[in-house]
Structure formats: structure tokens, C-alpha cells
Design a protein around this ligand. Structure first.
Ligand code: PEP
Ligand code: MG
Length: 531
């Protein structure tokens, strides 16, 4: 037998945040420096000038090898980009404290609308050429891409930003081992939905970059000092999502014959690849902040329209609930500096330039399927009314421009305790969905980033259930669902039925467990006779 001079593998106890086992070379994450943070925030004229230059370069490259007609279009676009008045108009908006991304969008949108309403057809046809350069410069304005780490490695660090998780290619495997972190945080939520093994709360441990380590998300363990050759290749764990899915369209019956709907939560839109739409009643929650991750994306109506349309096409007529950007807290929007008290709808109402772009993209997407729009972190009824007014104004503007659109139903997350306790006052909401993750964090006076949050959550489950029972009564006859993590916890299914919930939305991997939990239960949550 080959002799090894290695120390025995060292097992570190940590906490599981996402099941499965992965091993690979460690990638030690550097904490972001102040310089790097300020670099990622897009701020002014120099960035705009550089982005315009990039767009000019790209167009010049495109021009070589194109035919005469294509060449004419590009010449026109280059002329516009070189026209100093465009940069001056955007500059004036920056002077007036507008963010550079929206200063550019606002300037070009003004130009596009002017062309769209021109009498002469050739001028009207130019609008789409301007739309193209608007988006080209926008793409160049996107903040510096998050530094990625090698595919297949194990990310080791104090914490991880959701944008870093989303930018990484997990198809080659890999895992996450955090010194701190939280099983209820958004990265853990993403890891579970993509079946990426993850452990948290390991405390600071020493390992060098490239050294082989193993993350065991089932046992909540990290194994260090491993000999690379001694490690058997790890087969990706079979997760619930890889078992044969039930193609029942997410429609179930309780033992006493009441209908229950099961929908799925969607983070990044490519999560639907490989999932058959027939396994669920639809999408109960699409977290748009994981699809629209930078200020440039937030300003890009066409890009958003394409993302939402893709999901609606996939759903094939089933209901798709897209939640408007819930930015703030541990979900920053790259390039947007915000204050901690602004999150969800408060931020959306404070930053109408961001909101109006998403509203237009949603109104236009609604033509392609059964869209419901959901508002995040609503606290007061006036917030829903104010957002509905923005939808009305943008719908009127689209109608004036003859752009196809449809008014969706507009509902709200019930995830702030004050809103849950006065739910009957939200006349402006068409439907409600309980966000038990935030409800819990505000009920236990903690944050999801707190390492003890999972323990607090367990101990406070009864308090959350009582709040839900009270709120369900206040909701009256409006459609009601639950999309927080509680919906995917089979230990709570009977109690959620007992409080009156009939529509559950969860990570796709949780569907089989909740299906089994519902079998044999009456609608009131009691066990059916003979079970
Ligand atoms: C919730 O708070 O329960 C929820 C579903 O929203 P998120 O987890 O994205 O905050
Ligand atoms: Mg929430």
C-alpha cells in the first residue's frame, strides 16, 4: 500500500445549509475591499463616456463585414453616439443628481418617444436603432463583473454575496463552506434550489487555496487535510428533485376532498430548465431580484421583458407570480447604494425611475401568459395604491404608444407583521402570499444573517402559525397562498392546513415531500380515518 505523509483528515463540525456532498480544491474568498466596493458603484460622466466609447468600438467592429444596408444603420447609430448633445443632455441629468444609468435611459427614452410619434414612417423606423444603442451603452455601464472563482472548487469565506453565487457556473460541481453565514439567508436559499452542498457556522478555520476539502451538507461537516488521490469521486447526491416528479399539475386533493395547489418558487430564471411545468400549478413566487441583478439590468426594459416572457412561455398558461424587485438587506442591486431602512416596496416607491422600467416590462410581458405581479415588504395599504397608480400611468403611456400590454392582477407579500395584523385594510391588493421568512425575522427580533436564526425560527414557529391563522381570517375571500420556507417544511404541513392555507409554493426540490405530507390529511390538518 502507498505510504502517505499526510496528517489524518480533520473533521470540523458546522451546520448544514444545503444538502449533498462535494469535494474539490478550496477557493479562499477575499473580503471585498472598500476600493472594490466603490468601484462597483456606477457614478458619473467618466463612466458614461467610457461606456459610449465601448459601444462605438463594438459598432465599428460590427460594421466591418456587414452589407450596405447594415452599414447605413450602424453609421446612423455611430452618428448619434458621437453627437455631443446626447452626452450633454445625459450630463445635465447627472448634474441634477440622477444616477448615470437612469440619466442615460431617460435621455434616450425621450429621443425614442420623439421618433415613435413622428409623422414620417422612415423616422418612426429609426426608434428601434436608438433602442439598440440605448441597450448597448447600458450593457457597457454594468458595474465591474463580480470576480468569479474556478468551477468545481469549494468556496471558503466568512459569507457569500447572492450575486457571486448567481454569477458562478455550478455545473462542474463544487460547494460552499462558510465561517459564519445563515441557513435562512438568501445564498442558502439559492444553494438549496440549485442542489449546491453548503455548510455554515464553521468558525474561522485554516486551509490554503487549492487544498482539497470536502463539504458534507447532509451531516453538516467540513473535512480538511484530505489527500486528493485518496478522495473517491463524489457522485452528486440524489436530491428530491431528481426523483421522478409527479405530473399532476400541482393539483392535489385532501382525504376529505378539498383541492390543494402546489406551486414552485423560482430564483434565477434558468432554474426552470429541466423542470416540467406539469409538475406544479405554476410559479407562486419568482424573486425578480435574482434575475435582475444590476442597476443596468434594472434600467433595461427589453432585457426584463425577455426574462419574464421566457418564464411565462415555460408556464404555458399556468399562473406565474413575479415579485417586483425586493432589493435591500442582503440582496443589494449592484451599482445602487441604498440605506438599510429602504427595502422592497419602500425602495420601489422612493426610486420611481427603477420601478417604472420594471412596471413597463411586466405590463408588456402580461400579454404572453397568466401573470400576477406581487409587491414585496408591503406595510401599509397606501403603498399598494401608489404602486397600482404607477401601473395605471405606465399602461396609459404604453397605450398611447400602441405598445401591446395587459394589466395584471396585483397582489402583495404578507411578510411584515403590521400588514398581517391589519390585512382586511388592503383593499387594493388582488391576492396575498405569506412570506414566513421575513415574518419570522421581524417577530423574533433577529435577522436571517444571524447564525442563531434557525434556532429562533424553530422556537417561534407557533407564534408565526398563530399570526397566520389570524391573518387568514382577515384576508376574507381573496386568493391566498404561502411562499416562505415554511411552505416546504413537511413537519408544518398539517398545521398550515389547519390555519386555512390551501396553496403552497416552495423550492421545486420540496414538492415530493409536501405531496407525501398532504396524503392522508383532511383539509383541517387532521389525519384521515385509517391513516
Ligand atoms: C419570505 O420572506 O418569506 C419570502 C418568501 O421572501 P424572501 O425570502 O425572498 O425574503
Ligand atoms: Mg421576504
Amino acid at each position: 500500500m502507498k505510504k502517505r505523509n499526510m496528517a489524518a483528515p480533520l473533521r470540523l463540525n458546522a451546520t448544514s445549509a444545503s444538502p449533498g456532498v462535494a469535494s474539490g480544491p478550496a477557493y479562499i474568498a477575499e473580503p471585498p475591499t472598500a476600493a472594490a466596493l466603490s468601484q462597483s458603484a456606477v457614478s458619473g460622466y467618466a463612466e458614461l463616456a467610457a461606456a459610449i466609447e465601448t459601444a462605438i468600438d463594438e459598432l465599428q467592429k460590427l460594421a466591418t463585414g456587414t452589407d450596405a444596408e447594415g452599414g447605413d444603420i450602424i453609421d446612423f447609430q455611430l452618428e448619434v453616439l458621437r453627437d455631443p448633445t446626447i452626452a450633454e443632455m445625459a450630463g445635465a441629468r447627472i448634474d441634477a443628481n440622477e444616477n448615470v444609468v437612469f440619466a442615460w435611459v431617460g435621455t434616450l427614452d425621450g429621443y425614442i418617444r420623439e421618433l415613435e410619434s413622428a409623422e414620417e414612417e422612415p423616422l418612426r423606423a429609426r426608434a428601434v436603432d436608438i433602442l439598440d444603442i440605448k441597450n448597448r451603452v447600458l450593457a457597457a455601464l454594468t458595474g465591474a463583473p463580480v470576480k468569479d472563482f474556478p468551477a468545481g472548487s469549494i468556496y471558503v469565506g466568512k459569507d457569500m454575496e447572492p450575486s457571486r453565487f448567481l454569477a458562478h457556473d455550478w455545473s462542474a460541481g463544487g460547494g460552499i463552506a462558510l465561517y459564519a453565514g445563515s441557513a435562512a439567508g438568501h445564498v442558502a436559499l439559492l444553494a438549496r434550489s440549485r442542489s449546491v452542498p453548503m455548510v455554515i457556522g464553521a468558525g474561522r478555520f485554516l486551509t490554503t487555496g487549492g487544498q482539497h476539502i470536502r463539504v458534507d451538507g447532509d451531516a453538516g461537516v467540513i473535512v480538511l487535510q484530505m489527500d486528493k488521490e485518496g478522495v473517491a469521486p463524489i457522485r452528486p447526491e440524489l436530491t428530491a428533485s431528481t426523483t421522478v416528479p409527479a405530473e399532476d399539475n400541482g393539483v392535489l386533493q385532501t382525504a376529505d376532498g378539498r383541492q390543494i395547489l402546489l406551486s414552485i418558487n423560482l430564483n434565477a430564471p434558468d432554474e426552470i430548465d429541466g423542470i416540467a411545468a406539469t409538475t406544479a400549478a405554476g410559479i407562486g413566487l419568482m424573486r425578480s431580484e435574482f434575475a435582475v441583478t444590476s442597476l443596468a439590468d434594472a434600467a433595461n426594459e427589453e432585457k426584463q421583458l425577455a426574462i419574464y416572457r421566457r418564464v411565462l412561455d415555460w408556464a404555458d398558461g399556468r399562473s406565474v407570480t413575479i415579485r417586483m424587485l425586493d432589493v435591500g438587506g442582503d440582496k443589494p442591486l449592484s451599482g445602487l447604494a441604498t440605506s438599510p431602512e429602504l427595502r422592497g416596496i419602500r425602495l420601489l416607491l422612493a426610486r420611481p425611475e427603477i420601478t417604472r422600467v420594471q412596471v413597463r416590462a411586466l405590463l408588456r410581458a402580461a400579454v404572453f401568459g397568466n401573470l400576477r405581479v406581487m409587491l414585496p415588504m408591503v406595510t401599509f395599504p397606501s403603498e399598494v395604491d401608489d404602486m397600482r397608480q404607477i401601473f395605471r400611468e405606465e399602461a396609459a403611456e404604453l397605450a398611447r404608444r400602441d405598445v401591446p400590454h395587459r394589466f395584471p392582477s396585483i397582489g402583495m407579500m404578507v411578510e411584515v407583521p403590521a400588514a398581517a395584523l391589519m390585512l382586511e385594510q388592503f383593499e387594493g391588493a388582488d391576492f396575498f402570499s405569506f412570506g414566513t421568512n421575513d415574518l419570522t425575522q421581524y417577530l423574533v427580533a433577529s435577522t436571517r444573517e444571524d447564525a442563531d436564526f434557525a434556532a429562533h425560527r424553530e422556537k417561534a414557529a407557533q407564534a408565526v402559525l398563530r399570526l397566520l391563522a389570524y391573518a387568514v381570517k382577515l384576508a376574507g375571500s381573496k386568493p391566498l397562498s404561502i411562499c416562505g420556507d415554511m411552505a416546504g417544511d413537511p413537519r408544518l404541513t398539517a398545521e398550515l392546513l389547519a390555519v386555512g392555507i390551501r396553496h403552497f409554493s416552495m423550492a421545486p426540490a420540496q414538492l415530493p415531500a409536501i405531496r407525501s405530507a398532504i396524503v392522508g390529511l383532511n383539509a383541517g390538518g387532521t389525519k384521515a380515518a385509517g391513516e
